[in-house]
Write a protein that binds this ligand. Structure first.
Ligand SMILES: [Zn+2]
Length: 244
């Protein structure tokens, strides 16, 4: 069974000071049997272009194990934003674009967010939106209008509302077939409920932090899923969404 971690960071967050190294990522993956990790910079860094280059370097060093995700403030001017996203997707082979409403100072409803969803739709990759902490901008329902503007664009709600707003993430996914949920930091009964109600092909495993890999994996294992559903949540849903 292939295991894909759809939510990892590399580098140091300027906001929290939290730091994740190449060794931390590899150690977590090897210890817990993760095959492939999707890696993005922290939302707030001094130089996102340099951070993207670091991730590209990691992907070149371990081509079977890592893929990159773009994370860039939509406060950048449209041409600069678009050209960095294009560079990452077309030249560096990254597989998604991230929006963190609180840390990028842009809710999915703001005009500035359009460039995130439009670029991803044009380049044919999903958008990952952080949800939960940072409400009201990080409320899961705020991605519904973007999902309707781009019905063929997969939108993944990272943290699926972060427990407090998990029911709202569920409603968003119910309303829009192109919304998927990555329920890191949610409670076990919520993870179980989301899989039962929405189907395992709408849910994907993400850790957010290497220390959290075994915790998230334990939830899927404790959920009493069939082998097919477990394989979907742990890898197959991500494999399809990100064309891995
Ligand atoms: Zn994260």
């Amino acid at each position: 069974m292939i295991i894909i971690d759809s939510h990892c960071h590399l580098g140091v967050s300027k906001l929290s000071g939290h730091s994740v190294s190449e060794g931390d990522l590899l150690n977590g993956m090897d210890t817990h049997g993760v095959d492939i990790s999707l890696v993005m910079p922290h939302a707030v860094t001094d130089d996102p272009i340099a951070e993207h280059d670091e991730i590209a370097k990691l992907c070149r060093k371990y081509p079977q194990r890592f893929r990159g995700i773009v994370s860039l403030s939509p406060l950048w001017d449209e041409p600069d934003y678009r050209s960095e996203v294009e560079r990452c997707i077309d030249e560096l082979g990254f597989v998604a674009v991230k929006l963190n409403p609180m840390q990028h100072l842009t809710s999915p409803l703001m005009k500035n967010a359009d460039k995130v969803f439009d670029s991803a739709a044009d380049l044919g990759v999903p958008v990952i939106v952080h949800t939960g902490l940072g409400a009201p901008w990080a409320l899961p329902a705020l991605s519904i209008p973007q999902a309707r503007r781009h019905p063929d664009l997969p939108i993944i709600l990272a943290h699926a509302g972060f427990t407090v707003y998990t029911t709202e993430a569920y409603v968003a996914a119910l309303e829009c077939d192109n919304i998927y949920l990555e329920p890191s930091w949610c409670m076990i009964q919520e993870v179980k409920w989301l899989i039962r109600e929405l189907g395992a092909n709408r849910i994907l495993f993400g850790s957010d932090l290497p220390e959290n890999i075994p915790v998230e994996l334990a939830k899927y294992k404790a959920a009493g899923l069939s082998d097919v559903d477990l394989a979907a949540c742990l890898g197959r849903t991500a494999e399809q969404l990100f064309s891995l």
